[in-house]
Design a protein around this ligand. Structure first.
Ligand SMILES: [Zn+2]
Ligand SMILES: [Zn+2]
Length: 387
C-alpha cells in the first residue's frame, strides 16, 4: 500500500514542521485505538498516519522522501527488517503507540487506558462473583473429586432474553453519547489540550437506553433463580484454598458478563491423620512382642490399607516413613509421605497365663540402656522438617 504521506496527513507539500505535528496530532487523536473500541480500520489509519508523521517530521527523511518517495525512506537506521529502526514496512501498533506517546507526552505506564476512560462497556456491567464454602473429606482430597453445589442467584431473564427490553421492543441508542457509552471532555495539560473520556451518565456507559422495560425483570435483564454447578476439585488441595470457576457467578445486568464462582475449601479433619502439607502422620500402637520380635501390621493410608514391616527392636517414638503414601502434590505430580509413629502399648489387664509368661520373661530380660530415649522423637521431627 503506497499512499502519499502528505495526503495521508492532509498537509501541503511545503507544510512547516509545526503544521505536520498539528495535523498528525489531530488525526491520531481521532483514530487512536483506545477511542475506537479497537476497531480495525481505525487501528490501520492510526498506524498509517503515524508512519507518515515519522517520515515527514524528520527533515532528512522528509528530504529523502521528497526526492525518492518510499524508496528514499526504506533504508533507514539499522537497516533491514526487524532491526528496530525505521523501515518502509508498516509500523506495528505498539510502535505507532510509542511514537504518539513520545511526541505528545500523554500516557506513560497504562496511560491511554486511564486517559480514554479505560475498560470496555461490557466490563462495567460485569456481574458479581459468588463465594461458596465447599466441605471436603481427606479421602476426597487424596483422590480429587467433583462436587455439586446448588446456588441461589440471579439468572438471565427468559422473558426478554436478558436484554431488559419488553418483548417486541428494542433498547434504543442513547442520545447523550450517541451510542458510544462515553462522553468526552476537553482537558488542559502541559502539552496542550487533550480529550478525556468517561462513561456516559445517561446510559451508565451502556450506549443504549431501555424505553419499555420488560415486565418480568423491570429492565434489569435478570431474575431470581437457582442453579446447580459442578466443581472439579483437583487432588492435593488444602484447607482455605479456593477454586475459581470462571463465568459461573452472577450475570451482569442486560446481558453483561458473568462474574466468577469462587469455592473456598473447608477440609474436614481426619482423626486418623495429622496433616503436614502433603505429608501425613499416623500413630500406630504395637504390642511389646511385636516391638521386640518384629511384625507385619496393617496401617491406613488415604487410599486404603497398606502393610508396614515393623523391625525387631522397634521402640516407642520411632517413625517409619512410607514414601509416596501421603497426599498428592497439588499441580506437581507425585505424593507426599506417610510417617508412622510407633507407640509400644503396655497391657493394663493380664490373664493368669500372660502374667506367668511375663514373670518368667522378667527373670531373663535385660535392663534398658541409659540415654536411649529422647532421640526417637527427634527422628520424626527431623523428618517433618521441624528440627
Ligand atoms: Zn449514553
Ligand atoms: Zn426481562
Amino acid at each position: 500500500m503506497k499512499q502519499d504521506f502528505y495526503v495521508v496527513l492532509g498537509v501541503q507539500r511545503d507544510a512547516s514542521e509545526a503544521d505536520i505535528k498539528k495535523a498528525y496530532r489531530k488525526l491520531a487523536m481521532e483514530c487512536h485505538p483506545d477511542r475506537n473500541n479497537g476497531e480495525k480500520s481505525a487501528e490501520e489509519k492510526f498506524k498509517l498516519v503515524t508512519e507518515a508523521y515519522e517520515v515527514l517530521r524528520d527533515p532528512d527523511r522528509r528530504a529523502a522522501y521528497d526526492r525518492y518517495g518510499m524508496a528514499g525512506v526504506g533504508r533507514g537506521q539499522g537497516g533491514g527488517a526487524g532491526g528496530g529502526g525505521f523501515s518502509s514496512m508498516h509500523f506495528d501498533l505498539s510502535e505507532a503507540l510509542m511514537v504518539f506517546m513520545r511526541d505528545f507526552g500523554i500516557g506513560g505506564s497504562g496511560g491511554f487506558e486511564n486517559l480514554f476512560g479505560g475498560g470496555t462497556r461490557r466490563d462495567r456491567r460485569r456481574g458479581h462473583d459468588i463465594k461458596v464454602g465447599l466441605k471436603l473429606t481427606l479421602a476426597e482430597v487424596a483422590t480429587g473429586t467433583t462436587k455439586t453445589v446448588r446456588i441461589k442467584s440471579l439468572e438471565s431473564c427468559p422473558e426478554c432474553a436478558g436484554t431488559g427490553a419488553k418483548p417486541g421492543t428494542q433498547p434504543v441508542r442513547c442520545g447523550t453519547c450517541g451510542g458510544s457509552g462515553e462522553v468526552r471532555h476537553q482537558a488542559q495539560s502541559l502539552f496542550g489540550q487533550f480529550l478525556t473520556v468517561s462513561p456516559c451518565p445517561s446510559c451508565a456507559g451502556e450506549g443504549t437506553i431501555i424505553q419499555s422495560p420488560c415486565d418480568r425483570c423491570g429492565g434489569d435483564g435478570r431474575i431470581k433463580g437457582e442453579k446447580t454447578i459442578q466443581i472439579d476439585v483437583p487432588a492435593g488441595v488444602a484447607d482455605h484454598h479456593y477454586l475459581t470457576v470462571r463465568g459461573q457467578g452472577v450475570p451482569g445486568p442486560r446481558n453483561g458478563a458473568r462474574g466468577d464462582l469462587i469455592a473456598v475449601l473447608d477440609i474436614k479433619e481426619d482423626p486418623r491423620f495429622e496433616r503436614h502439607g502433603d505429608d501425613l502422620v499416623f500413630d500406630l500402637g504395637i504390642t511389646f512382642t511385636q516391638a521386640a520380635l518384629g511384625a507385619e501390621v496393617q496401617v491406613p493410608t488415604p487410599f486404603g490399607q497398606t502393610t508396614l514391616r515393623v523391625d525387631p527392636g522397634t521402640q516407642t517414638g520411632m517413625a517409619y516413613r512410607l514414601r509416596s503414601k501421603g497426599l498428592p502434590r497439588l499441580g506437581e505430580g507425585g505424593h507426599g509421605d506417610l510417617h508412622v509413629r510407633i507407640h509400644v502399648w503396655t497391657p493394663t489387664k493380664l490373664t493368669a497365663e500372660q502374667r506367668k509368661l511375663l514373670e518368667k520373661l522378667s527373670e531373663v530380660e535385660d535392663a534398658p540402656p541409659e540415654k536411649e530415649s529422647g532421640k526417637f522423637w527427634d527422628t520424626i521431627r527431623r523428618a517433618l522438617g521441624q528440627l
